[in-house]
Ligand binder design. Structure first.
Ligand code: ADP
Length: 215
């Protein structure tokens, strides 16, 4: 896997009278680790959701590896996403949660099994494939969410406050793991946080957000 470049051009999103993003412009190089840092309500999540395909832009453009993605459905954008709340499917086992993006992409069954096993190893939960999400700790669930976001080896990985629900020690461990993963895989990462220390620990570059723009 290697990274894709990401370009936001004049991206604007209005919710009624609220401007969530205003002419948001940013170029992110292939393989770069960029963090959106800013207070609550500054438009960080909106920018990620438009890139991932969960929210429609009011105007503007988003390119991945030079191609517009705005008319593509989320599963065709090759973008992985990790949320703050683990958002695992509660009725699916750990194995099936991680397998889900591969099934969606109609990957052959044998390849699904070998990939899921490889990523279970990577997150150090090799023996946990048969467990249900409710049988895991918070940190373990977030590892599974991470594996599910990267198992299809997307060139772009989005993380929206992925460590926000974890205690300090676990946060620091996961920060290291995310950093190592990024160094090994070379995918482009856009990471959202309101924690300056976390932003400085992880990023190649930090975009400080305020009121829907980079300040
Ligand atoms: P951040 O991620 O930086 O906390 P958001 O992107 O979630 O900020 O929100 C930016 C602005 O858009 C905020 O003022 C927020 O209230 C508003 N907003 C976000 N989502 C919606 C929505 N679905 N409906 C109305 N307003 C929204």
């Amino acid at each position: 896997m290697s990274g894709g470049s990401v370009t936001f051009q004049n991206l604007t999103k209005r919710y009624g009278a609220t401007d969530a993003l205003v002419d948001f412009d940013l170029e992110i190089g292939a393989g770069e680790f960029v963090t959106f840092l800013g207070p609550s309500g500054s438009g960080k999540t909106t920018a990620l959701n438009i890139l991932a395909g969960f929210t429609h832009a009011t105007s503007g453009e988003v390119l991945v590896s030079g191609k517009s993605v705005l008319s593509l459905p989320p599963e065709r954008r090759n973008v992985g996403m990790v949320f703050q709340s683990y958002s695992l499917f509660p009725h699916l086992s750990v194995f099936d949660n991680i397998a889900f993006p591969l099934k969606l992409r109609k990957v052959p069954k044998a390849e699904i099994t070998s990939k899921v096993e490889r990523y279970l190893d990577m997150i150090q939960l090799a023996d946990y494939g048969g467990r249900m999400p409710k049988e895991l700790s918070g940190g373990q669930r977030q590892r599974v969410a991470f594996a599910r976001a990267v198992v299809f080896e997307p060139p772009v990985l989005l993380m929206d406050e992925p460590l926000g629900a974890l205690d300090l020690k676990l946060r620091q461990t996961m920060q290291l793991e995310i950093k190592q993963y990024h160094q090994q895989i070379g995918c482009t990462v856009i990471f959202v946080t309101h924690d300056q220390g976390e932003a400085l620990a992880l990023s190649d570059r930090i975009a400080v957000m305020g009121k829907g723009q980079i300040v």
